[in-house]
Design a protein around this ligand. Structure first.
Ligand SMILES: [Fe+2]
Ligand SMILES: [Fe+2]
Length: 318
């Protein structure tokens, strides 16, 4: 903009200078070759002035203006071309986003169908006391909501992840489908082999769920979360758990939360191999295992929510 103003100034100065110089030259010539009649003098004045000023106008005004106009037209054309390309890109991007949305919706629907199917299998094979998978789902959700409120596990519990976690909770023992009833329902003490067979339900669960996983790239999070919970809910904070003996934060947070929910329900329920613990005994046991078997943060959340655990347990027995 300032360059254009400068060239206009130069053109104005050149024009004024040309007119002044032209007038001086004309006056000198008329005096030298005169006197002329006023009409002849006026005509000669005009002709000479045009002859002197015209080249200046062409050189200082017309040519630079023509050049500016050309570059202006060219840049306007380029701007329009850029806008056209951007419009085309936008249309392409929108079409791609539509396709992605469509694919994600399809995958989410298939995942939900698969989840419903797996859930009904888990419910049909609920080998523990009746309703274990439903109660643990409730306990897990209570703990997850409290932990988020306390500001813990932001990555595992952000946005819709608690809803996902709650949806997949009933699948934590899905691997028990691969454990014979004779072992699962055995009332007496287990042999080492039988114990190992039961412990394998974590890995069996992982492989059942992995087979149901469609594509990691477009995974809505359901199946991958279910795998973490099924594979890790018997891991223990001090590394004494199974199947991998993971230690502390190496255990997925989702599985650390499920561990407390699962153990609470196991203790307050009657099983073929154990008596039913009271709520108070169970709270004392879980509390004493804080930082040993269980993540201290999860135990803190449990202690704040223990009244709600008792409520769920009581409702289930009613
Ligand atoms: Fe289990
Ligand atoms: Fe369980």
């Amino acid at each position: 903009m300032s360059a254009r103003r400068h060239s206009i100034k130069v053109a104005v100065v050149a024009l004024i200078t040309a007119i002044c110089v032209g007038e001086v030259v004309i006056m000198f010539l008329l005096d030298r070759f005169g006197p002329f009649t006023p009409i002849v003098e006026a005509v000669m004045d005009s002709v000479l002035l045009v002859a002197i000023v015209l080249p200046v106008v062409i050189a200082a005004i017309y040519k630079p203006m023509a050049r500016n106009l050309d570059s202006l037209i060219e840049s306007e054309f380029l701007v329009k071309e850029d806008e056209r390309i951007i419009r085309e890109d936008d249309i392409e991007r929108e079409a791609l986003l539509d396709q992605l949305d469509h694919a994600a919706a399809k995958i989410s629907a298939r995942e939900s169908q698969m989840l419903a199917l797996l859930n009904s299998l888990a419910l049909a094979k609920d080998h523990e006391t009746g309703g274990h998978v439903i109660r643990t789902q409730k306990y897990l959700t209570i703990l997850a909501l409290r932990l988020r409120e306390m500001g813990h596990f932001p990555k595992a519990l952000e946005g819709g992840r608690i809803e996902i976690l709650s949806k997949v909770a009933p699948l934590h023992d899905i691997g028990k489908m691969g454990v014979p009833d004779a072992v699962l329902k055995k009332a007496g003490a287990l042999t080492d082999d039988e114990r190992r067979t039961i412990e394998a339900h974590t890995l069996i669960g992982e492989s059942i769920l992995s087979a149901a996983e469609f594509d990691n790239f477009v995974d809505g999070g359901l199946i991958s979360t279910a795998i973490k919970v099924a594979g890790g809910h018997h891991e223990r904070w001090n590394g004494s758990g199974y199947p991998r003996g993971l230690l502390g934060e190496a255990i997925p947070a989702e599985a650390r939360i499920m561990a407390v929910a699962d153990v609470y329900d196991a203790l307050v329920s009657r099983r073929p191999y154990k008596r039913q613990w009271t709520h108070q005994e169970t709270v004392a046991e879980i509390s004493s295992m804080k930082g040993i078997l269980f993540d201290p943060l999860v135990v803190d959340a449990f202690l704040l929510e223990e009244a709600n655990f008792l409520k769920v347990a009581a409702e289930s027995r009613a």
